[in-house]
Ligand binder design. Structure first.
Ligand code: DMJ
Length: 804
């Protein structure tokens, strides 16, 4: 082993620090310097890749050129991660955002959108392609949206990265076409499984590391297939665990379901299976997975990590060890233990790994278990796992010891791995010889965790508590748990704003909410301007949005409003906007609503004062946290004004309606109570009734004008949500439907239970007149009756008319 003077000094310092930790704690200033240091390291690696390798998949840091995937390029399995799709760049996108390189992020997102395609005759690893490419695209998509929302940057972006992720998702889906539902390990990007001499043996981690990315894909695109398939694969793996120990084997046949190799541990081949069981619970809130992880964890503690001594064992004879070494991937486990809440055991297992790192500067690819802890394989690929655990342990304990571990790693990388064109893996950790490879995970994971270790939470664009790291350290928002997988088309996440920025010279906007309502239970809000114009400081630069932009904002708001954690609103990620429509509720509820939101309103520069049955809502844009929130606040007020403006005579009363369903074949004849619409032809007034056949809109939300099929000449059935009712009506009418029935997407609602005189609202502007077809709304209970009848009766006839 090479023991440099530098390392002797470091060893001395660390030893002294262990004896007197307080005196050696890294100061905030040093921490900042280390963070900047890591950033400069990242930029060296990244720019080397962009200059010498891009658009190739990887950088060859010694040759200063790109590594492409070609037939017979020949490093065996490790090349399966490469698909000539600029792997390193895609894998690195979200790191750029976390390191606040957002201009560069924007530049290269455009490159990716313009150039990355998957129609190539190349066989790739399903697992690697999923974690690096799909995960990379999804995280970049989510962060691009964050940049739009928080900073008003990248407003041109329209979910193109999500489209790419979805395209790739469909390619990978073909791999699930096995007898057990577990994915085959490889797929041809162009031809799927065709012509592949199916390799049927896959590792448990390979089959079981799809669900986070695929669930995110389903929930962001609205296509449930990804989540469904990957859940089934997880179910199958769970069913294959050892019945008493709950240990898993290593390699499994995806057609027969037989275990091919039964070694059990926590390293390569198994690591991220366990990781995804726990993280699925964290991301999706599905307790089945917590229960499963708990069972696995008990088995691991009993046999694989006995008293924190890590070892690999035989799945069916867990008392006997199966191999004499542990691999570098094992080092992710303390981080997972932290996530599970077992910080004390995490510290113990980390201590063992740290001893190896202290000895060799890096964690070698394999090393023997305690007590020897000797190098077994000499290579080090600069993997992230050890630093990942360091980061999680520091986050949980704030013990400066972990910062020092990170600092040592920074120095080791600089001394032993930095070369002219990036960072080279080590061929021999002992001899310090280089290998001509810089794997994409070095930028996407190793340096990301290292940077985050030295960052203060408030310095980051996002609150990391709102995200989970995938196994490739890509960020996925935990709010996905609250999104309904069936009806969640992508319009939900789209942000479209006007180009004008709010002027901070604009002093304020005011509204009065007056409780002396014309309806007993509802409030009447009208702009203060119309009541006491002299009291309103007039704003010369108030930004006006187009009707469409406003509708689009409302769409977005309705999603976010559904995510409000009423108990603890300030802890909700992304809750920066409010839905004015939500205020169409009784006074008491309104009061609670506003009280819950005061913190959020304050961030938008809005204050709320309640006085003698009147609520005064005012905004001082200069007091908003930032420009984006100032604009949100103004829009919020505008929307309240529009929503609660004095109703016109026509709007004052919309009588309830009804849907009659009949089927001669089955003798069915039933009347369902329905809510009317404030737009389109009024049943019982503009026309008496309308009779027709039903057809499901596709996509079900009907929020897009393009691609709506099957509804011409029929009554279109659409799902509630994602956009305004009137927009749905416009779209289905454009596609030839003669009428529209919207079915509620909230479980358990019914016409009887809703005491409010609900009518689907129209455009605040003139576009209502563009809709001529009649439209009705059915609550969940009545909607289910309709859909059930539609599914059962081929001859179902639907008559829409006024209620009694
Ligand atoms: C990464 O691609 C991921 O962390 C994966 O889960 C395991 N292998 C590498 C890093 O070692």
């Amino acid at each position: 082993m090479r023991l440099s003077r530098h390392f002797f000094t470091k060893w001395l310092i660390v030893s002294l620090c262990l004896l007197a930790p307080a005196s050696c704690a890294i100061s905030r200033q040093q921490k900042r310097q280390l963070k900047e240091k890591v950033k400069s390291m990242f930029l060296h690696g990244y720019q080397s890749y962009m200059t010498h390798a891009y658009p190739a998949d990887e950088l060859m840091p010694l040759s200063c050129k790109g590594r492409w995937r070609s037939h017979g390029s020949g490093r065996g399995d490790i090349d399966d991660a490469m698909g000539n799709f600029s792997l390193t760049l895609v894998d690195t996108l979200d790191t750029l955002v976390l390191l606040d390189e957002t201009e560069e992020f924007e530049r290269v997102v455009k490159l990716v959108i313009a150039s990355v395609r998957f129609e190539q005759d190349i066989v790739v690893s399903v697992f690697e392609t999923n974690i690096r490419m799909v995960g990379g695209l999804l995280a970049a998509h989510v962060l691009a949206k964050e940049l739009q929302r928080r900073r008003g940057e990248m407003m041109w972006y329209r979910s193109e990265l999500l489209d790419l992720a979805q395209d790739l998702g469909y390619v990978l889906l073909k791999a699930f076409d096995s007898a057990t539902g577990m994915p085959y390990p490889r797929i041809n990007l162009k031809y799927g499984l065709d012509g592949l001499d199916h390799q049927k043996h896959t590792c448990a981690a390979c089959a079981g590391t799809m669900l986070l990315e695929f669930a995110a894909l389903s929930r962001l695109t609205g296509d449930p297939i990804f989540e469904e398939k990957s859940r089934l694969a997880m179910d199958y793996l769970w069913h294959k665990r050892h019945s008493s120990s709950s240990l898993m084997g290593h390699i499994i046949d995806v057609d027969s379901g037989d275990w091919i190799r039964r070694e059990s541990g926590i390293g390569a081949g198994l690591d991220s299976y366990y990781e995804y069981v726990l993280k699925t619970y964290i991301l999706l809130g599905d307790e089945t997975y917590l229960h499963r992880f708990h069972r696995h964890y008990q088995g691991l503690l009993k046999y694989v990590m006995v008293n924190s001594r890590m070892q690999d064992v035989h799945m069916h004879q867990p008392q006997s060890t199966s191999k004499p070494y542990l691999d570098a991937l094992t080092a992710f486990f303390p981080g997972l233990q932290v996530l599970y809440g077992d910080v004390e055991l995490a510290k113990d297992s980390f201590r063992t790994l740290h001893k190896v790192v202290q000895r060799y500067n890096f964690l070698p690819e394999a090393f023997t278990p305690e007590p020897e802890l000797r190098m077994y394989w000499a290579e080090s690929y600069l993997r992230p796992e050890f630093i990942e655990s360091t980061y999680f342990l520091y986050s949980a304990t704030k013990d400066p010891f972990y910062l020092e571990v990170g600092e040592n790693l920074v120095e080791s990388l600089e001394i032993y791995s930095r070369v002219k064109c990036g960072y080279a893996a080590l061929k021999d950790t002992n001899a310090g010889t280089h290998d001509d490879r810089m794997d994409s995970f070095f930028l996407s994971e190793t340096l990301k965790y290292l940077y985050l270790l030295f960052s203060e939470p408030e310095e980051l664009l996002v609150d990391l508590h709102d995200y989970i790291f995938t196994t490739e350290a890509h960020l996925l928002p935990v709010q996905l748990a609250r999104q309904n997988v069936t009806f969640f088309p992508r319009q939900h996440l789209e942000v479209h704003t006007h180009s004008e920025e709010p002027s901070l010279s604009c002093p304020s906007s005011h509204l009065v909410v007056n409780f002396s309502s014309i309806w007993d239970e509802f409030i009447d809000i009208s702009p203060l301007d119309s009541r006491d114009a002299s009291a309103v400081p007039q704003c010369r630069h108030r930004p006006e949005m187009s009707q469409t932009a406003q509708q689009q904002r409302l769409q977005q708001r309705s999603v976010l409003a559904s995510e409000i954690n009423w108990e603890n609103p300030e802890h909700v990620s992304g809750l920066r906007v409010l839905l004015a429509e939500e205020l169409l509720i009784p006074v008491v509820v309104l009061t609670i609503f506003i009280c819950c939101q005061v913190i959020l309103l304050a961030e938008m520069g809005i204050t709320v004062v309640k006085r003698d049955g009147t609520i005064l809502i005012s905004q001082d844009a200069a007091k908003a946290k930032h420009m984006g929130l100032a604009a949100e606040g103004m829009l919020f007020l505008q929307e309240i004004a529009q929503t609660f403006r004095q109703p016109s005579a026509r709007e004052l009363f919309f009588p309830p309606a009804a849907v009659r369903i009949t089927s001669e074949q089955t003798g069915l004849d039933r009347i369902l109570k329905a809510a009317p619409a404030q737009f389109g032809k009024q049943l019982g007034k503009d026309l008496t009734t309308l009779k027709g056949k039903l057809a499901y809109a596709d996509p079900p939300s009907a929020c897009t004008a393009d691609g709506l099929t099957n509804i011409r000449g029929n009554i279109a059935v659409v799902s509630r949500g994602s956009c305004m009712f009137v927009e749905k009506a416009r779209n289905v009418e454009g596609a030839g439907a003669v009428a529209m029935i919207v079915v509620d997407n909230k479980e358990g609602t019914s016409f009887q239970a809703d005491v409010s005189a609900f009518a689907m609202s129209g455009d605040p502007g003139s576009n209502n007149t563009a809709v001529t077809i009649p439209a009705l709304f059915l609550y969940d209970v009545e909607g289910k009756v309709l859909l059930d009848a539609f599914n059962r009766c081929d001859d179902l006839v639907v008559t829409m008319g006024p209620g009694q």
